[in-house]
Design a protein around this ligand. Structure first.
Ligand code: DGL
Length: 273
């Protein structure tokens, strides 16, 4: 059981920000990753569609007999975590609770901004998770629907992306907050630009990176941690372009030869495009 892989899924390349932390903090764990770039972004899609896609990706990972599943996507976590958790007999981890916990800890003023996709912000799940921990916290939610397409097309750090970040964050300009949750696993790829825009007095919380502490704790609790003698061979799957995935993975995880394969998970019907 311990040698089995941990499965990760995201709507695209965003979950690689979680993978980066896993490689750093849990280097003996084998990773199987599926990114659904062909159908990204998930943010503007209806809830039932995101739930259906999340199940397809879960079923894909289950074929590899994974020992744990990490939903490395806030949008999918917001609408699918509870049902996937309920039906599987392996641990399933989402990214919203760990991000909320870290933000509560980081904010001394109890004023927390949350950036996310339309789906995540509309779900209200961050607000719920934050208020469950501290009912007096002020939450400032903001949907940033333009961010995921920038990341998926590998256009971070361009003048256009900087402009989009600045404009998207304008609604927070005169607001008081001292912690900001990057409530989408794609957003850490825009971290520098977000930090520059909101200023250095605001602590940015990377929800995905925070999740790795939960993964580590659950591996220990269920005695599932892999042996340090194992050098894992990770596998990456994308429903989109392998070349684009490889470029972003090299930039984010470092240049190396990776096993990246294209897969078809489910054809988009015309009305789903
Ligand atoms: N990485 C996904 C998330 O954390 C992005 C969702 C999308 O594709 O819009 O929400």
């Amino acid at each position: 059981m311990k040698e089995k892989a941990i499965g990760f899924f995201d709507s695209g390349v965003g979950g690689l920000t979680v993978v980066r932390e896993v490689i750093k903090q849990l280097p003996h764990e084998k990773i199987i990753y599926i990114g659904d770039s062909a159908r990204a972004p998930y943010g503007p899609r209806p809830v039932d569609q995101v739930q259906a896609f999340s199940w397809q990706l879960t079923e894909f990972l289950l074929k590899f007999d994974v020992k744990m599943i990490v939903i490395a996507c806030n949008t999918a976590t917001a609408v699918s975590l509870s049902s996937i958790k309920e039906k599987l007999n392996i641990p399933v981890v989402g990214v919203i609770t760990p991000g909320s916990r870290a933000a509560i800890k980081a904010s001394s003023e109890n004023k927390i901004a949350v950036l996310g996709t339309l789906g995540t912000i509309h779900s209200g799940e961050y607000e719920k998770a934050l208020k469950a921990r501290n009912p007096f916290v002020d939450v400032l939610p903001l949907a940033c629907p333009k961010f995921v397409p920038i990341v998926e097309s590998n256009e971070v750090n361009t003048p256009n992306s900087k402009k989009i970040v600045r404009e998207s964050l304008k609604p927070l300009q005169w607001k008081q907050y001292d912690a900001l949750i990057l409530g989408c696993t794609h957003y850490p790829l825009l971290r520098n630009q977000i930090q520059q825009t909101v200023g250095h007095s605001v602590t940015l919380i990377d929800s995905g990176a925070e999740t790795v502490s939960d993964v580590s704790m659950l591996l220990d609790y269920f005695e599932l941690a892999n042996s340090p003698s194992i050098e894992p061979k990770h596998e990456f799957y994308t429903t989109g372009s392998v070349a684009m995935f490889e470029q972003i993975a090299n930039a984010w995880l470092g240049e190396e030869k990776r096993n990246i394969q294209h897969v078809n998970i489910g054809e988009l019907k015309d009305e789903e495009k």
